[in-house]
Design a protein around this ligand. Sequence first.
Ligand code: SAM
Length: 289
Amino acid sequence: MKSIATITRTKEIMERHQLSFKKSLGQNFLIDVNILEKIVSKAGIDDETVVIEVGPGIGALTEQLAKKAEHVYAFEIDGRLIDVLEDTMSPYPQVTVIHQDILEVDLNTFIAEHVPEGKKVKVVANLPYYITTPILMKLLSSQLPIESITVMMQKEVAARMAAAPNSKDYGSLSIAVQYYTESDVIMTVPKTCFVPQPNVDSAILQLYVRSQPYVSVKDEALYFELVQASFGQRRKTLRNNLKRAFKDLDAAELDQVFAESNIDGTRRGESLTLEEFGYLSDVMSLYVK
Ligand code: SAM
């Protein structure tokens, strides 16, 4: 039988189940087997890997994952697709479909209960665009025992996540992602590879989860608060952005923070590396109440 990720099979499945695409759930299904094979191979899926998939849709990527992985747990929010997946995944007993919103799942508990110790766990997904960032932030900040995350997303968002300092794409999202992972844009994918076609092109981002965050800081919440504040108004200097955000620090204290962390307050947030934000936040933690 033809792969699910073909226009003929996708149309046939949709018609047989009298389904329409739900735009509000980010339903753009992949219809290019080559791209899917590339995702699976770049993700390094083998018969020792347990995969967590977000949003299987009608099973285009799930099918390719099932051919290589030990097991695939696929979380789908749309109840209409659960019956469809029961049908399309029937040749693949190594797939378990779970009808749940991924943002509601306690993945640490799920992994502890379902994955035998010593097995590799990887996340692979063609993410719904409307919640790409919340899903990734949840996966990263939960400190899951996973090796990597290989995900398709809007090209511009992937560029922001992987951006280096002093580039226009660098911002608080780049720092949040790189704090937890080493990131790499593998390839861009044109919108013609999906049905229905989205308005924008996509990219596949590979994230290797670090065993420890990239920088070790005294107060993680303050680190991220500082990063957020530093990009508050991109054209403003660090000093001005921080003055606005940390009102309980007076000008002299702020000068002291810059001096002790060896960071020039006239720089812009976009020029600071993750380590430099670390120095700044560690010194700041001594001053903020
Ligand atoms: N994996 C399929 C593919 O590659 O063709 C479908 C990908 S489509 C871009 C995104 C899928 O995520 C849809 O099936 C959508 O219903 C599902 N989805 C959207 N929000 C979700 C959520 N919060 N939790 C789980 N699945 C979700």
